[in-house]
Design a protein around this ligand. Structure first.
Ligand code: TXA
Ligand code: MG
Length: 320
């Protein structure tokens, strides 16, 4: 049975109890909703993979309450600490070698010698982590291969009956997952573009983020069809082919759409932050409207555009 609960203090106490009992709680963060379990319990973490129907054990992000807690879990080098101080709480995930004696279980790390950590910038997420008192492992709260949820209703669509409680904190602000930077190789590596633009991180570090070495491209967010809606997407469209819906940006396509065309504009003003916040909800809406083919307008590859285009390319990739 899934309880859909308002994110009030009593529900948070109850949610922490569920986590202590090895249960699953979906909760809002500033990026997307997370599907949370006790990160220190392999059994609890296994329920996450099961609920999501994940085809493999991919490593999960452990959500912690403060930098001290992060340092108990990972050996954060100086540069990682600089990023933590600048961007936490916030949509940045740091991957670093797991600390000896760290509490995040092996399954949450998928057996890797490293661990992924972040402090979310959301009052409900923070209240839950504090009430629970241990790291919470949480991937995005969707079934494997579906788009990430930005409302409690999206979570319920995918996971009703598979999660013990959904804390409803309204729609998430960023609408795009955290940026993931790894400090496991010689140079800081951008494992996943996300809600913090690469440029901001590079500026602070005073160095470029490198691309992952081939062996690192195993993250589920990096498999070709991870963010797949049902509709087929045609990217970089300059015009509409008959029968297509339009996923627009800055009104580029709508002007040319025949009357009756299903059109969703990610940002009529051409604002990349607004487009990021609307992305997953828009993909879901296209599916809900039964659209089969979608022309997607060109999105500039700067700032959050890099992450948006990354998601769109995955959404457009042939399904496995
Ligand atoms: O915004 C977000 O990051 C959301 C919210 C809920 O915090 N979470 C999220 O989790 O997007 P998930 O599981 O959908 O994506 C986590 C990513 C995966 O691509 C995973 O492979 C990568 O983090 N990851 C986790 N631990 C890792 C590690 N030790 N080494 C490399 N990649 C890791
Ligand atoms: Mg995900």
């Amino acid at each position: 049975m899934t309880t859909l609960a308002p994110a009030d203090p009593a529900s948070i106490v109850r949610a922490a109890e569920i986590l202590r009992d090895g249960g699953l709680v979906a909760f809002p963060t500033e990026t997307v909703y997370g599907l949370g379990a006790d990160a220190t319990s392999g059994w609890a973490v296994a329920r996450i993979y099961d609920a999501k129907s994940r085809p493999s054990f991919n490593p999960l992000i452990a959500h912690v309450s403060d930098i001290d807690a992060a340092q108990r879990e990972a050996l954060l080098p100086e540069a990682a600490l600089t990023l933590a101080q600048a961007f936490w709480p916030g949509p940045l995930t740091l991957v670093a070698p797991a600390a000896p004696g760290g509490s995040v279980c092996d399954l949450a790390r998928a057996g890797l010698p490293s661990v992924a950590l972040r402090i979310p910038d959301h009052p409900v997420a923070m209240a839950l982590i504090r009430a629970f008192g241990r790291p919470i492992a949480a991937p995005s709260a969707n079934r494997s291969g579906h788009v990430s949820p930005v409302t409690a209703a999206h979570v319920a669509e995918d996971l009703a009956g598979r999660v013990d409680m959904i804390l409803d904190g309204g729609r998430t602000a960023a609408g795009l997952e955290s940026t993931i930077v790894s400090f496991c190789a010689d140079a800081p590596t951008l494992l996943r573009p996300g809600a913090i633009p690469r440029e901001k991180i590079e500026k602070l570090l005073g160095q470029k983020l490198v691309a992952p070495a081939h062996a690192e491209v195993t993250a589920p967010g990096m498999t070709a069809s991870h963010y797949a809606p049902n509709a087929r997407l045609r990217l970089e469209a300059h015009e509409l082919i008959e029968g297509e819906a339009a996923l627009d940006f800055g009104g580029r396509l709508s002007g040319r759409a025949p009357p009756g065309t299903v059109t969703i504009d990610l940002s009529p003003n051409g604002d990349l932050v607004e487009a990021a916040a609307n992305l997953f909800a828009s993909l879901r809406e296209l599916d809900a409207r039964g659209v089969e083919r979608v022309a997607v307008a060109h999105i500039p590859e700067r700032g959050l555009g890099e992450a948006i285009n990354d998601r769109l390319r995955r959404a457009a990739a042939p399904k496995l």
